[in-house]
Structures are given as structure tokens and as C-alpha cells.
Ligand binder design. Structure first.
Ligand code: C2E
Ligand code: MG
Ligand code: MG
Length: 733
């Protein structure tokens, strides 16, 4: 054996199959010199063979391009071929042949080319022998022997070729095994579970170490973890598997209990691999622990949608609920949604005077009281600051549902809250808007609920339903904000005067000044749209000042006309709270040069009750100046009788809502009668507002009302029309 590298070449096998013995080879050696001399012409045959065969030529050129010396190569190979004829079969020769074979493979020679070369040499040799002088007894033996010898040489060269191929393959395999080993080591260290499934056979063709550790032999294919998967998630996992089998990469997050640990979230990723048939043949599966990821995600989500202090949903989540509620309601005809905006009264005071932590506790307590009033299907949220929101849905009767919850909330807030050693009475103001009547989308509904709430606050009422006339939308506020400022400068405001007549004498006893805005684009804008915006924008004071002076100057005109009647001016809550109001009134009286008794200040019950101490002081001063005080819209607020008795009030104006049907509605009759009685008992004059027909007027007269104001007598009039009317009634009388 001369292979030197442990391959399977055996010299003796060749001797055996080719029947070559030492004595026989002696015949070849006998003619060796002659043979060698004759082969000189073979070189040309060989070179032609090399370069005429395109496959060989191509390999040789490539060798040349890599820097090899083709000439030297060809010479060496020729020498090697011709050496065959020398009849050497010793170990050295065999080694040479084997390494030639190896070389051929390394140089990308194909075995068939080698056979071709030997074939040429055999042919050449036959021709050569026929021309040589050989002893007749030797000729056949020499011919046969040379052929066998060449076959042997070729065979050993091919063995070398084959050995090299096997070595290459072995090295390749070792290399692959090394890499596989490293991959395997790596996979063993991976905490994920990994496995591959042969789809057709439904068997696991690979399972990583961790999976083996968990499930051992006999794992269930294709999803070993299916039995440990949460019941609710199993279908999800099976659907993912079906998707993978049909060629889709999928993943599913499912809850699994692994090895008796507690339930955790795992992500199962499935990667199908297409087989030779073009269909998915294998699915590679991976299961990784995503509990932390999901916990973090949930935490983030909850941070983004929950108010941290109260644990209630925040505005953004609440908006989503509202969107969903509206969508659901649109699908069911007749179904409604109630949107309630709630605000804590005087919250700023708790925060400022008792400290932020008390403020926070108030917020939490309010949240928990509110929580106990809403049903599961309703949704409660903290919208920010001391603002809360409630959604009731779906409801068939929005008013009824709202009333129910309002009552419950009022009851819940009747009891005081205890803070340290203090008892705090916390109350809320609510604004209500209903879908679909009060808005068609989330923004409009919420804005309208807030507007209604703002109005309730202004009037010190516990709650108000949205009213398109009285509630100014934020968009409108924005639209008017710049314009109101310039309206005063541009003389766009004007006053109308509505007469009040004595039911006894039918004479005009006074007039109420009512504000109008001659808007350059929108036409006449009513006070109910101006006043709230002006209040909110802090522009009410200049308006009130203008109204006071203008109305009083007009009053002075009337007195020149011979009608010594007072003018009533409405003062809004914000204006009433202004500490300079008294000063402004004195200034206006002076400016118009009229006495205080020509002025009636109308304030609502709510305004009056908002700050009773201030009201008492201001009204006393006004009274001293001879100014008359009228309580407007009487009956709609919550006046305390004891205050009414103490305050210098001259007039009660019964709200229109009681007056309209007083001719026939027994309840309204009873109310109006008691207001008139109350007013008279307090020493006040009683005015009925909104008298629209003679029946009402008669009814009021019968009930003993003093004065009437309303469309039946006259609509609010421009100043000159009012003066004309004054003249007419004077002439009539
Ligand atoms: P108010 O003081 O209660 O004024 C009476 C309202 O009833 C006026 O509406 C008047 O036009 C209306 N009215 C009078 N008679 C009838 C009637 O027979 N039927 C009906 N349906 N309505 C009648 P207007 O002018 O729209 O004013 C609305 C409110 O705006 C006033 O209610 C008052 O609170 C406020 N306001 C008006 N002018 C001013 C002002 O200069 N300053 C302030 N702060 N508020 C004002
Ligand atoms: Mg009024
Ligand atoms: Mg009124």
C-alpha cells in the first residue's frame, strides 16, 4: 500500500485482476529502450488531443488564467504517460500515479479525458509495435502486457482521482458537521423552543434541546405545546398552523403553561418551507416567551388610556368608547346616547386652600362615588383636571336615562366627604347632550355637553341639558371672539326696548333694554349668543357699560317727551361680580344725567344666590342710590326665601315658562299665584314676562299681577319706534 493517506488503494488487487507478474514485466523491460525511443512522436498526438478537445482546452485556459504554466503541465503529463511504458510498477511509480489522479481532480479534469489519453497511447503503441523488430515469441506477450500495464497505470491514476474526490467529500462533511455542531450548540443554549415538522408525515424532523428537555421523546406533532395552551387560545394556534400549512408565515400570541410554571404569554412563529413538489413540505416552528413584552405593552396601553390618579379611563379611551357607542347607536334605529360632562364645583378652592393632596383625594373620592352610580355598560372617565365624563348607551329614552343617573349622582353627593378632621361638601355641575338630537359626532356632543355644563355653572344650577339657543359652541366662541371687540368700536350693537304695562291702567310703566348685534355678515345676533361668549372672553364689562349709558340716555329722552318711566337693564352674573359695577352705574347715571330711580337692574336668581354676601352689599348700595332691583326669570332658580326677605328687592319678574300657559294650566296658575303672593308679601311689584295673548293677560290680571311684558303688548322696539309708541299711549290715556 502506497497511498500514504490511508485510502483503499491496494497494489495487489491490480496484479490480481490484470494478471501481471514480475517475469512477464521482464519482457517489457527487455524492449524498454526501443519502446521509449519510438514514443517520441506521441507528443504531437497528445498535444493535439489536449487542445482539440474544447472541454480540456477550456480547463487549460482557466489554469493559465490563474497563473499556471500550461506548457509545463502538458510536458509533465506527457512524461507521466510515457513513463507507463517503462514497466515500472514499484511503490514510487504508484505514488506518482495516485498524485497525478488527485491533481486531475483538483484541476477539474474529468476521468473520461484521462481514459481518452490512454486510449490514444494504446493505439499509438500498437502502431509502434507493428513497426518494431520484436522476437516473434515475444510479440503477443509484449502487446498484451503493454495493454495491461497501461490499463493498470490508468486505473491507479483514476484511483488517485477517486481518493481525492472522497477526501474532498470527507473534508466537506467534516466541515459541515463542524458547523452543524456549532449551530446545534448554539440552539441548545437558546431558551426558545424550536422544532420542524414534516407536513406530509406529520412528524417532528427536528426538535431543539430545550423542547426535548420539556417534552422528551414522543412529542405530539405538529404542536407539542397544544395541550398546555390556554383553552381560549387553542383555536388561534390551530388556525395559525393551518395558515402555515397552506404556505403562510404566521405567528400567534397564546397563553401556555410550560413545565408546571405559571401561565405566560408565548409567541408561536411558524415558517413554512416549500419542498420539491412546490408545496409547503416543512414547517419550522419557534416558541418564545413574550410575557414581558406583553406586560409592557399592556402597561403602556393602560398608561395611555387610563388616568393614573383615579384609575378611570382617560379622555382618549373615553373618546373611543363614545365613537363605538355612536356607531352602535346608528345601527339601531331609535337608540340614543347620553353624554354627560361633570365638573367639581369650587375644586380650585380645595386645591388652593387645603393642598394638592386633599385635591387629589377629592378627585379620587368623586371618581369612586361616580363609579358606583354607573352601570357596567355605561362609561365613566376623567377627562382632565376636575372634569369627568359619563356615557350612557344604548338608551331608548335619553331624558329618562339622564334623569335617573342625575338623581343617583345627586343622592351620592348629598353626604359630605371626610378629609382628616374636616367634612367637605363636594358638589358637581353637569351638562348633558344627547345623540342624535344634540350633535351628530363625538366632538359636537362633548362640546355641547360642556357648553350646557358651563351654562349651568353660570346660573348656579346643578345641571342643564344642552340647548342650541343658550349654549354657544366653542367654534362659535372662537368665531365671535375677535369680532365682539370690534363690534363696540364699530357701533354694531344696538338696544331694543320692550314696554312693560300696568295691568291696572294699561299705561307703559317701564321698558326693558334688550341687546342686539347687527353683525355685518350674519345679520341680527341675539343676546343669548353674545352674552355667554362675551362673559367667557372677559368682554362683558365694556358691553354692560355701553348698555347702561345708552339705555339711560334713552330714558332721559323719554322724560323730555314727558314720559318719566324707568329703563330696565340686564346685568349678567360676571358683570354683577365685578367690584367696579357700582362705580360704573354711578358713572352711567351721571353721564346720562338721570336720577337713580330711573334705572332698574335685572339680575337672575342664580346670579343673586352665587355670592349672597356681595349681593347684599351691592344691592344695599344701589338701593341707597334709588336704583330699583328686579329678579329676572323668577321661579327657575333656587332662591332662599330668607335672603329674599332681607334683600332690598323691588320687583319679581315671573319667568316666561310659567306665564305662557297660565290661562289654562292649573299647575302654572298655582305657581304664578304663589309667586304673586310671595312678591306682594315681600313688598315687591310683580311683572309677568312673555305675555303673548289677551287670555294670558286676563288670567294675570285676575291673579293680581301688577305689570305685564310680552309680544302681546309689543315686541322689543327700536328707540324711535318706542318713542312713537310712548307718544301714542300718552295720547290714548
Ligand atoms: P330676559 O331678561 O328674560 O328678557 C326677556 C326675553 O324675552 C327677551 O329676549 C325678549 O325679547 C323675550 N320676550 C319678550 N316678550 C316675549 C314674548 O311674549 N314671548 C317670547 N317668546 N319672548 C318674549 P331677548 O331679547 O332675546 O333676550 C334674551 C335674554 O338675554 C334676556 O332675557 C336677558 O337675560 C339677556 N339680555 C338681553 N339684553 C341683555 C343685556 O344688555 N345685557 C345682559 N347681560 N343680558 C341681556
Ligand atoms: Mg331681563
Ligand atoms: Mg326674563
Amino acid at each position: 500500500m502506497h497511498t500514504g493517506d490511508g485510502s483503499h488503494y491496494h497494489s495487489r488487487d491490480y496484479r490480481y485482476v490484470l494478471r501481471l507478474s514480475g517475469e512477464e514485466l521482464a519482457v517489457v523491460r527487455k524492449y524498454r529502450d526501443e519502446l521509449v525511443a519510438c514514443t517520441a512522436g506521441f507528443a504531437e498526438v497528445f498535444y493535439n488531443y489536449l487542445f482539440d478537445n474544447p472541454g480540456i482546452a477550456e480547463v487549460l485556459y482557466a489554469y493559465e488564467e490563474e497563473g499556471g504554466d500550461v506548457g509545463q503541465f502538458a510536458r509533465a503529463e506527457l512524461a507521466n504517460l510515457l513513463a507507463s511504458i517503462a514497466g515500472e510498477i514499484g511503490g514510487q511509480r504508484e505514488d506518482e500515479l495516485l498524485s497525478a489522479g488527485r491533481r486531475y481532480l483538483q484541476r477539474n479534469f474529468r476521468p473520461v479525458w484521462l481514459i481518452g489519453a490512454y486510449n490514444l497511447l494504446i493505439d499509438y503503441m500498437h502502431t509502434m509495435l507493428s513497426g518494431m523488430e520484436i522476437h516473434p515469441a515475444d510479440r503477443i506477450a509484449l502487446d498484451t502486457l503493454l495493454t495491461r500495464l497501461l490499463l493498470r497505470e490508468m486505473g491507479i491514476t483514476l484511483e488517485g482521482y477517486w481518493m481525492q474526490a472522497r477526501d474532498n467529500e470527507r473534508r466537506e462533511l467534516e466541515h459541515i458537521a463542524g458547523r452543524l455542531g456549532r449551530v446545534e450548540d448554539m440552539l441548545a443554549g437558546v431558551p426558545h423552543l424550536m422544532w420542524s415538522v414534516d407536513i406530509d408525515a406529520n412528524s417532528l424532523v427536528y426538535a431543539n434541546y430545550t423542547l426535548h428537555l420539556l417534552y422528551g421523546e414522543g412529542m405530539i406533532s405538529p404542536l407539542p405545546c397544544i395541550g398546555d395552551t390556554h383553552e381560549e387560545d387553542r383555536q388561534l394556534l390551530l388556525t395559525a398552523w393551518q395558515d402555515a400549512v397552506s404556505g403562510k408565515r404566521t405567528r400567534a400570541d397564546v397563553r401556555i403553561v410550560l413545565a408546571g410554571d405559571r401561565e405566560r404569554w408565548y409567541r408561536v412563529s411558524l415558517y413554512p418551507e416549500t419542498g420539491q413538489s412546490g408545496r409547503p413540505a416543512t414547517v419550522h416552528c419557534m416558541l418564545e416567551d413574550v410575557q414581558n413584552l406583553i406586560s409592557e405593552r399592556e402597561q403602556l396601553q393602560s398608561l395611555a388610556t387610563t388616568d393614573r390618579l383615579t384609575g378611570l379611563p382617560n379622555r382618549s379611551l373615553w373618546s373611543d368608547h363614545l365613537t363605538m357607542a355612536l356607531a352602535a347607536s346608528r345601527r339601531v334605529p331609535g337608540s340614543q346616547v347620553v353624554v354627560i360632562s361633570l365638573d367639581i364645583n369650587q375644586f380650585k378652592m380645595y386645591n388652593d386652600t387645603l393642598g394638592r393632596d386633599v385635591g387629589d383625594t377629592v378627585l379620587c373620592d368623586v371618581a369612586s362615588r361616580l363609579r358606583s352610580t354607573v352601570r357596567e355598560s355605561d362609561s365613566l372617565a376623567r377627562l382632565g383636571g376636575d372634569r369627568f365624563g359619563i356615557l350612557l348607551h344604548p338608551v331608548n329614552n335619553a331624558r329618562e336615562a339622564a334623569e335617573r343617573i342625575i338623581t343617583e349622582i345627586m343622592d351620592k353627593f348629598d353626604l359630605p366627604f371626610a378629609y382628616r378632621d374636616k367634612q367637605l361638601c363636594v358638589s358637581l355641575t353637569l351638562g348633558i347632550a344627547c345623540f342624535p338630537d344634540d350633535g351628530s359626532n363625538e366632538e359636537a356632543l362633548l362640546a355641547n355637553a360642556e357648553s350646557a355644563m358651563q351654562r349651568a355653572k353660570r346660573n348656579s344650577l346643578p345641571y342643564q341639558y344642552f340647548d342650541p339657543v343658550n349654549d354657544v359652541s366653542p367654534a362659535e366662541q372662537l368665531r365671535y371672539s375677535g369680532q365682539i371687540r370690534s363690534a363696540l368700536d364699530n357701533n354694531e350693537f344696538e338696544l331694543l326696548y320692550q314696554p312693560q304695562i300696568s295691568l291696572d291702567t294699561a299705561r307703559i310703566t317701564g321698558a326693558e333694554a334688550l341687546l342686539r348685534w347687527k353683525h355685518p355678515v350674519e345679520g341680527i345676533v341675539m343676546p343669548e349668543r353674545i352674552i355667554p361668549v362675551a362673559e367667557q372672553l372677559g368682554l362683558i364689562t365694556p358691553i354692560t357699560n355701553w348698555v347702561l349709558v345708552t339705555a339711560l340716555k334713552q330714558c332721559r329722552q323719554w322724560s323730555f317727551q314727558g314720559a318719566a318711566i324707568p329703563v330696565s337693564v340686564n346685568v349678567s352674573a360676571r358683570s354683577f361680580q365685578n367690584p367696579r359695577l357700582l362705580e360704573r352705574i354711578h358713572w352711567a347715571l351721571q353721564e346720562a344725567a338721570v336720577e337713580g330711580d330711573r334705572l332698574v337692574i335685572e339680575i337672575t336668581e342664580a346670579t343673586l344666590m352665587q355670592d349672597i354676601d356681595r349681593a347684599t352689599e351691592l344691592l344695599s348700595s344701589l338701593s341707597e342710590a334709588g336704583v330699583t332691583i328686579a329678579i329676572d326669570d323668577f321661579g327657575t332658580g333656587y332662591s332662599s326665601l330668607s335672603y329674599l326677605k332681607r334683600l332690598p328687592i323691588d320687583t319679581l319678574k315671573i319667568d316666561q315658562s310659567f306665564v305662557t300657559d297660565v290661562a289654562f294650566d292649573r299647575q302654572d296658575i298655582a305657581i304664578v299665584r304663589s309667586i304673586i303672593d310671595l312678591g306682594h308679601n315681600l313688598g315687591c311689584k310683580v311683572v309677568a314676562e312673555g305675555v303673548e295673548n289677551s287670555m294670558t293677560m286676563d288670567a294675570l290680571d285676575r291673579l293680581g299681577c301688577d305689570t305685564a311684558q310680552g309680544f302681546h303688548i309689543s315686541k322689543p322696539l327700536l328707540d324711535d319706534h318706542f318713542s312713537t309708541l310712548l307718544g301714542q299711549t300718552d295720547r290714548q290715556s
